[in-house]
Design a protein around this ligand. Structure first.
Ligand SMILES: [Zn+2]
Length: 235
């Protein structure tokens, strides 16, 4: 029974190591953040491209406008038009065109400003991205090391367990394994103040007597776990 108890202690320890492995942070959150940053960057880049297309278009419009103003002015000063009324109209037209041209310049400036801000955003996103990737690499290196260390420790204790299991009576071992599976990892309970240490049910005098006198595996009548009395083991 003492060996079974040692086995359970070892099993509990191995279970704990396995839980630690399962709980290791495999970097999912970091990967998510990297993905979000990448998406944000792509969005900004796309908007930048759109803005760039708009700027090119505006530039073309400006050129056409300038060309029109030049032509009208050439007309005006060509001396071909002599009618004062017509000349006045032309002058008015040029003035209006120049005003519109100024407005277009303001718009253009605004577009350039927006593009500059976007460029800064893209640069920042790229820096964030590189930083996150470095953090992720370091994290994963650490994760792999921890995982390998835990797995090596598990492998070591599994060998230890196999050796211990060999010393245990096969029937007792089989019963232990069954109970462990059925009862969530704990097959053995300790007698503590005449009660089962796991389910806390008070043990009957009959069970206590059997524990004292018999060399058999005796189970808690309530939860079914095999009972181990450390007081008896000492005697
Ligand atoms: Zn019990």
């Amino acid at each position: 029974m003492g060996l079974l108890r040692d086995l359970q202690a070892l099993d509990h320890y191995i279970d704990r190591l396995r839980r630690e492995v399962a709980e290791l942070d495999a970097g999912e959150l970091l990967r998510e953040r990297i993905e979000q940053t990448r998406q944000r960057m792509q969005e900004i880049k796309q908007r930048y491209e759109e803005m760039h297309a708009r700027a090119t278009e505006q530039e073309l419009r400006l050129q056409e406008f300038d060309e029109r103003i030049r032509r009208t002015e050439a007309d005006l000063y060509s001396g071909r038009i002599t009618n004062p009324r017509e000349l006045q109209l032309l002058q008015h037209e040029i003035e209006q065109a120049k005003q519109a041209r100024e407005q277009m310049d303001v718009e253009m400036l605004h577009i350039w400003e927006q593009m500059e801000t976007m460029k800064q955003d893209i640069d920042k996103a790229e820096r964030d991205m590189r930083h996150l990737e470095r953090v992720y690499e370091a994290h994963m290196e650490d994760f792999r090391q921890r995982k390998a260390a835990l797995e090596a420790e598990i492998a070591f204790h599994l060998r230890e367990r196999a050796e211990l299991a060999q010393q245990i009576d096969p029937d007792a071992l089989a019963r232990y394994e069954q109970l462990r599976q059925r009862l969530g990892g704990t097959a053995i309970a300790v007698v503590e103040q005449k009660a089962c240490s796991v389910c806390h049910t008070l043990l009957t005098p009959y069970i206590l007597k059997r524990l004292q006198n018999e060399d058999a595996l005796i189970a808690c009548e309530s939860c079914g776990r095999l009972l181990y009395d450390p007081m008896l083991a000492q005697a």
